[in-house]
Design a protein around this ligand. Structure first.
Ligand code: MF3
Ligand code: CO
Ligand code: CO
Length: 263
């Protein structure tokens, strides 16, 4: 099964869901400080999505076993799918908050890294290079480009900084279903994989480790960590392929990239 090409109507709903997901990250940003627990951040996001946005936090009860919270909070060596808990953030922690909102039947999926308190040089570089790898791939998106071209660009960029790319988790098509075809891996070879077409919606969400690429899942069956306990960073956007480029459906005002990129 290939990617679903969205109708004009569906694209409008994807724009709305994308904006709401981005708004959750904007809302939570001033709350990500030393001493707050990831469960408190989860509650703020949950209440905002349900009460202010009249939307659904898609992670809650998703999958098997059901994910128990409304956002993922992945701290330090947690690669992804971290479960919010009563653990407090401390100075120098890095944390990814991954928000997926479902509104009017359609999904918006986006995540952002935060550095708590005083950033270390190491953390700052990993977080920046990971975001740059996402932006590099986004700037390549247009009809005719292949998924392997994107994966290759991300992998090359991360590895040129002596970082590694996680292989077990990937981006994905998105729409009425949270995770739909195609799988969007963040490594690969140019000129391979599915060809992008106008009307496709998918995420790019590179997970970049400061150490080796290997991961393992904790006994809670969700939390994914680096095997060598090295730091890991991730950024995610939901994208629409347009006739001549890409639209970033989950863009935030603070970002230094254009919402609509035309080639
Ligand atoms: N938001 C994640 C993604 O980018 C998926 C989280 S699944 C959950 O695809 F159940 F952990 F929330
Ligand atoms: Co995603
Ligand atoms: Co996500």
């Amino acid at each position: 099964m290939g990617a679903i090409i969205k109708t004009a109507d569906e694209i409008e709903k994807m724009r709305i869901a994308g904006r709401l997901a981005a708004d959750v990250l904007n809302m939570i940003t001033p709350h990500v400080v030393k001493g707050v627990t990831t469960d408190e951040l989860n509650t703020l996001c949950h209440d905002y999505i349900v009460n202010q946005q009249d939307a659904i936090p898609a992670p809650l009860n998703y999958g098997h076993p059901p994910f128990p919270k409304s956002v993922c909070t992945s701290v330090n060596h947690v690669i992804c799918h971290g479960i919010p808990s009563d653990k407090k953030l401390k100075d120098g922690d890095i944390i990814n908050i991954d928000v997926t909102v479902k509104k009017d039947g359609y999904h918006g999926d986006t995540s952002k890294m935060f550095i708590v308190g005083k950033p270390t040089i190491l953390a700052e570089r990993l977080v920046r290079v990971t975001q740059e790898s996402l932006y590099k791939a986004i700037r390549m998106v247009k009809p005719g480009v292949r998924l392997g071209d994107l994966g290759h660009a991300i992998q090359q960029y991360a590895e040129s900084h002596d970082y590694s790319i996680v292989r077990e988790y990937c981006g994905h098509g998105i729409g009425a279903t949270f995770h739909e075809d195609p799988q969007v891996v963040h490594y690969g070879r140019p000129n391979t994989g599915d060809v992008l077409e106008a009307g496709m919606c998918f995420t790019i969400e590179p997970m970049v480790n400061a150490g080796k690429r290997y991961s393992k899942i904790l006994p809670d069956q969700w939390t994914v960590v680096t095997k060598d306990r090295s730091l890991s960073a991730q950024w995610e956007h939901t994208l629409l392929v347009t006739d001549n480029g890409v639209e970033i459906l989950t863009l935030r005002d603070e970002e230094d990239i254009e919402r609509v990129i035309e080639h």
